[in-house]
Design a binder for this molecule. Sequence first.
Ligand SMILES: Nc1ncnc2c1ncn2[C@@H]1O[C@H](COP(=O)(O)OP(=O)(O)OP(=O)(O)O)[C@@H](O)[C@H]1O
Ligand SMILES: O=P(O)(O)OC[C@H]1O[C@H](OP(=O)(O)OP(=O)(O)O)[C@H](O)[C@@H]1O
Length: 296
Amino acid sequence: MSVNPPSSPPKQDNLLFAIPKKGRLYESVVKLLNGAGLDYNRPNRLDIAHCSSLPVTLVFLPASDIAKYVGEGNVDLGITGQDIIAESKTTVNELMNLEFGRCKLAVQAPIDSAITHPSQLAGKRIVTSFPDITANYFKQFETDKLTQIKYVGGSVEAACGLGLADGIVDLVETGTTMKAAGLEIISTIMTTQAVLISNPKTRHSKLVKKIHQRFVGFVLAQQYKMITYNICTEKLQQAIKITPGRKAPTINPLFNEAFFAVSAMVHRGDVGDIMDDLHELGATDIIVFDLENCRA
Ligand SMILES: Nc1ncnc2c1ncn2[C@@H]1O[C@H](COP(=O)(O)OP(=O)(O)OP(=O)(O)O)[C@@H](O)[C@H]1O
Ligand SMILES: O=P(O)(O)OC[C@H]1O[C@H](OP(=O)(O)OP(=O)(O)O)[C@H](O)[C@@H]1O
């Protein structure tokens, strides 16, 4: 692990926040930090950046090391996958699911092998970046011989084809990597997504809470859109059934008309159907807005 020397040392009283320095989680994390108002300037190639808006220093680390730094080091907050937390066997507080980095950790074997159940791989050679989770998982199937677990840091899917493994344990999202390597899922060990974690011994509980609340608002805003429309008095009750909102819709009478303007939060995935239903009911001026951020 290499952390470049900081341009200026971490400010002593700043909260330290570990961020994946690259890889699958990086872009979503940057979006989340921007959305939560954690503005920073990261000079090219440097692994440390001070936030301008809050007393927070971001440290950019490999995703696979972040749970360790938060559980056993001085780092107060971090973002990483649940798979990494499970593998690192360290105690951190899992504050919230971040709704990205969703995938599963699965036992895989060559399609043309006769393996259909994980017990057939017990005692055999398994290659993985998750040796601890894998060893624990195969224990339940072992009789006499221990499973031979070998660690590799990446491109795990190549191990069967290159004669290093009889099976692998690796992450699967779309399945593209797995299929390209001629592998199939034999069993799923766990599902995982990115989470916000905190150090149980942090000295910055108040700031941890503040950042947590900002993330809750941003993640919620990503799941909803705001819809507004006009509807006549007679159809208002039916319209409310279509857009009940998170708590209730906001309803304002239109000036000089027997119409109401309604606005409500709706789930992103339901927007198309809701617009169709409202249009069919006779609603007019239906407009949908993205929510940039919110506090529920
Ligand atoms: N295909 C995927 N889809 C969704 N989330 C994933 C996927 N692959 C990995 N992740 C999540 O992202 C975390 C980091 O994985 P990634 O492959 O980016 O790590 P890395 O190997 O440290 O990075 P890099 O490959 O850039 O060195 C994983 O532990 C997992 O939680
Ligand atoms: O099911 P898919 O959508 O194909 O995604 C799964 C792949 O993504 C991850 O690897 P990544 O591409 O991040 O690189 P790595 O193997 O170097 O970790 C994971 O280790 C799989 O190989």
